[in-house]
Design a protein around this ligand. Structure first.
Ligand code: GLA
Length: 717
């Protein structure tokens, strides 16, 4: 809901549990008033504070305060909007033009505040969208050049978010690298500025465009947390700042330092959405609100249950051929797999990383009769068929590169740096994007493909576009817009097609790509022990419904570590279960155990994929890690517990559950034991874990229909 007080100019945006208030002040600038617990319009008006006289001639306008701090005047904080007009003038001065409020669809309300520069022909519109069923507020900005000369956007953030004053703050965010993505960190943000960014042209393994801030004492279950996530899959920058008064805020948007976006006469730029959330209920409530929002408002097919997948990459590497794939497919089907995916190596001269990328015709060597016989066999076995593609890349040793050496990102007189023996196709070019769309839509149609794993295996470098004026500045956004457009066109052509976002693992996971794909590959690291912390970081914002997780062979290809099959399954069952081992080498015993665990997953996956997550115990070296997924109506819950390497003598602690129906009893579906919800939540369940390293369990609890005369047993006292 959005309301307005014309006398004071206060706008109040209300979500089910939170309020956001702002006002166009006497200077015409949009200023922040509040972001936190629910307020009435009258209460929000009380928050208007007349500007204090400057303490000295050295103080400027506080950085925390404008809805989109612009460059200019006495502002010395990080600008969210920094422009250069044709005559070299840089500052922007707000002149309000009006506002619009409308409901694009039932349950959503949008506010657009329109401004122009007082002198120059640039329109700046701040957009806000609230939902009836979510506390997430979406914000974005539209900039339009209404003049007849170019304007350069040196920085065009989507939004700036201001926190209420607190004695101190703490910042949560993730860092990582290839094969160790989404490592969670919590620390005090510096006085000054903390920049989180990707300059790689892709979301990156190294940072992810979300932040959470709290006053320093929030826990998993308690405390106020302010967070935001950017829906963008290219370079990005988020600057968290603390002014001299200690107050915190942050600004974020597409693009990294040193790039500028030219706006030609008449052209406009719509920033990506930067969504923000205030939650009182700690990091757990914050994550659950993001998960619910992603399911309700981001994913294209949120209601679907994702199938159990098999992927042949770790089993075969580039040794992909029809008979080998058929042998794996037969075993996968017997295991209960529902979607069979052929990974890299099925096309052109792709027999290693060195050649063939870009030549998207089926390899006659591996598939003398084309892909048809394999696709038919996979379908006959009752599974869907998926294929790996990497449309944005080319090996220099390919027919495509020999034909179109100018299609790659490049800068005259500069080395074309290869990573993994590949160069980046310039998706910003219309012809390149159209070429990719053309072969992809034909491929999907000709081979009845149900699923694509869309990969992107290197960062951009020598990011130039010499044929295009100011191409090196334009390409960062145009690349991403064309990527989105190609995916959108493909999905429109093939409504049944489902897509996984992969970038050498979790290099491209964000709300932008998730709004047009169905799941993501969080990491190439399939070691179950490492995966526990990768999944923990992933789950802070992104829901399990999007988190693909495979069971692979041991010793693990990345870490050399061996952990039991059951532990590997239990970890992968916390997301969208997949299998990636060489099934032709699994013993009968392993195949039987795997089939039983796949079966078990199918009985609980609706809880994982559509339930609510409680992280009961966060990853620890020597203690159990535990997560719980609960049905929305609290009729069922799944508890997954993973114990790494317990220290001898460490106390065995009960795991306290959460979110159950307090008056109910729940039956353990495998042991039959019945527990009172109050006992499970207040005192806890002593997990039945065998002694030793790598013990794990999956407990499926089902509410006992009331009334019941069963007596509880088996709970910890
Ligand atoms: C990337 C992906 C892997 C696999 C390989 C194939 O690394 O993340 O899962 O598909 O490419 O080359």
């Amino acid at each position: 809901m959005i309301s307005f007080a014309p006398d004071t100019g206060v706008w109040l945006l209300s979500t089910p549990r939170t309020s956001y208030a702002l006002r166009v002040d006497e200077t015409g600038a949009p200023c922040h008033l509040a972001w936190g617990p629910r307020l009435t319009l009258e209460e929000a008006e009380e928050l208007i504070v007349p500007p204090a006289p400057a303490a000295s001639s050295f103080e400027g306008r506080p950085a925390a305060g404008e809805e989109l701090p612009v460059d200019g005047g006495t502002r010395y904080g990080p600008p969210s909007l920094q422009v250069r007009f044709a005559d070299g003038t840089r500052a922007f001065e707000w002149q309000p033009l009006g506002h619009r409020v409308h409901e694009p669809v039932p349950g959503q309300t949008e506010l657009a505040l329109e401004f122009r520069d007082r002198h120059y022909p640039l329109l700046t519109t701040l957009h806000y969208r609230v939902h009836d069923d979510s506390d997430v507020i979406e914000r974005w900005t539209v900039l339009r050049n209404t003049g007849d000369e170019s304007v350069h956007l040196l920085r065009a953030d989507s939004a700036a978010w201001t926190l209420p004053p607190r004695d101190d703050y703490r910042l949560s965010h993730v860092t990582g690298q290839w094969a160790s993505e989404t490592q969670l960190h919590r620390h005090r943000p510096a006085f000054g500025e903390t920049v989180l960014t990707s300059r790689r042209g892709v979301t990156s393994h190294h940072a992810n465009p979300w932040v959470m801030l709290d006053a320093g004492a929030a826990t998993e279950d308690h405390g106020q947390v302010w967070s935001a996530a950017l829906a963008w899959s290219g370079s990005w920058r988020v600057t968290v700042h603390r002014g001299p008064d200690g107050r915190a805020g942050f600004t974020g948007g597409a693009g990294h330092d040193g790039t500028a976006l030219p706006l030609a006469p008449g052209e406009d730029f719509t920033t990506p959405t930067y969504a923000g959330l205030y939650a009182d209920g700690g990091f757990g409530a914050t994550s659950r609100a993001w998960h619910a929002y992603t399911l309700a408002h981001v994913l294209p097919h949120p209601g679907e249950v994702r199938p159990v997948l098999y992927n042949s990459w770790e089993a075969t590497g580039f040794e992909v051929d029809e008979s080998g794939q058929k042998a794996l497919a037969a075993r996968a089907a017997a295991l209960g797999v529902e979607l069979y995916v052929v990974d890299d190596g099925w096309f052109g001269a792709r027999r290693s990383e060195r050649a063939g990328l870009g030549d998207w015709t089926v390899s006659p060597e591996g598939f003398p009769d084309g892909l048809g016989p394999l696709v038919r066999e996979v379908h006959r076995l009752g599974m869907r068929f998926g294929l790996w593609v990497e449309p944005e890349m080319v090996n220099p040793d390919s027919d495509l590169y020999r034909r179109h050496p100018d299609w790659v990102l490049h800068i005259p007189h500069r080395t074309r740096t290869e990573l993994r023996h590949q160069l980046v196709l310039n998706f910003a070019r219309r012809d390149v994007a159209d070429w990719a769309y053309g072969w992809l839509t034909r491929l999907v149609a000709e081979h009845a493909i149900d699923f694509l794993k869309w990969d992107m295996n290197r960062a951009l470098s020598e990011a130039g576009w010499p044929d295009r004026a100011e191409g090196a500045d334009r390409l960062w956004t145009a690349y991403v817009h064309h990527l989105y457009e190609v995916i959108d066109r493909l999905r429109a052509d093939h409504p049944a097609l489902r897509i996984e976002s992969c970038s050498g693992g979790g290099g491209r996971v964000d709300l932008g790509i998730l709004s047009r794909t169905d799941q993501a590959w969080p990491s190439d690291n399939t070691d179950a022990a490492d995966r526990v912390s990768i999944q923990h970081g992933y789950s802070q914002i992104y829901p399990a419904r999007t988190m693909a997780a495979w069971v692979t062979d041991v010793p693990n290809q990345h870490t050399g570590r061996s952990v039991p099959l059951r532990f590997r399954f239990h970890v992968a069952m916390a997301g969208v279960l997949g299998v990636g081992g060489d099934l032709t080498r699994w013993s009968d015993g392993e195949l039987a155990e795997g089939a039983a665990l796949v079966d078990q997953y199918k009985t609980v996956r609706h809880l994982v994929q559509h339930g609510t997550l409680h992280r009961l115990r966060t990853p620890a070296e020597d203690g159990p890690t535990a997560v719980q997924y609960t049905a929305a109506d609290r009729s069922e819950a799944l508890l997954l517990i993973w114990q790494r390497t317990p220290r001898h003598g460490a106390p065995r602690l009960p795991v306290r559950l959460a979110g159950l129906d307090p008056a109910a009893r729940y039956r353990d579906a495998s042991t039959g034991a019945v527990h009172h919800a109050t006992v499970l939540t207040a005192y806890g369940l002593l997990p039945d874990l065998p002694p030793g390293d790598w013990a794990s369990t999956a407990v499926h609890l089902v509410r006992v229909p009331a009334p019941s005369s069963l007596v509880s047993r088996g709970a910890a006292d």
